[in-house]
Design a protein around this ligand. Structure first.
Ligand SMILES: [Cu+2]
Length: 182
């Protein structure tokens, strides 16, 4: 109990209990392992890493996103544009309080260069139920190549607390089957 001061004023001179010492060593070693694995995972494994990042500004990023919407909007979902950019193209998704904008439609098996940035605060891009998680920062534009492997509706939630409406910050990615040619 920490309500009363320790009986011995210089409590930090007491020897560390064996169990506690073992625990500290284990935790420290595990921390070291994970530190080096972080570097290792950049090169090995099927990670969803964004190894391509640029400096940007909220204005510039919003303009690029709007240009894509103007060009490739296919429909409207409760006032939010749904955009279907061509396979292989650059796709812009922005996070802001409190939405992921716009909604995207991809074709299964095609690859896209997905750009992510924030217009205001730090947000967390979390694609569900795939559980792909990335941090999204204002002033930085991250690019990652994604290839949807299954059709359906995927939700995006924000998993970095960003204020009062954080829990309402959602978005959507639709993945449709590739149309079979004539
Ligand atoms: Cu949030």
């Amino acid at each position: 109990m920490a309500i009363f001061p320790p009986a011995e004023r210089i409590w930090w001179h007491q020897p560390i209990h064996r169990v506690e010492l073992v625990w500290i060593i284990v935790a420290f070693l595990w921390g070291l392992v994970m530190f080096f694995m972080m570097i290792y995972w950049h090169a090995v494994g099927r990670q969803n890493l964004s190894n391509e990042t640029y400096r940007t500004t909220p204005e510039a990023y919003a303009a690029k996103t709007q240009a894509m919407i103007d060009k490739y909007q296919v429909r409207d979902n409760n006032g939010i544009p749904v955009v279907k950019p061509p396979a292989g193209s650059d796709v812009y998704l922005l996070g802001r309080v409190w939405m992921w904008y716009p909604q995207l439609e991809f074709e299964k098996g095609q690859s896209y260069r997905l750009h992510l940035s924030s217009l205001d605060l730090q947000h967390g891009f979390s694609l569900q139920p795939v559980n792909l998680n990335l941090q999204v920062h204002p002033g930085y534009e991250m690019v990652l190549t994604i290839t949807p492997t299954s059709a359906g509706e995927f939700g995006i939630v924000c998993n970095e607390y960003c204020g009062l409406g954080h829990h309402t910050m959602t978005g959507k990615i639709y993945v449709v089957e590739r149309p079979t040619g004539p």
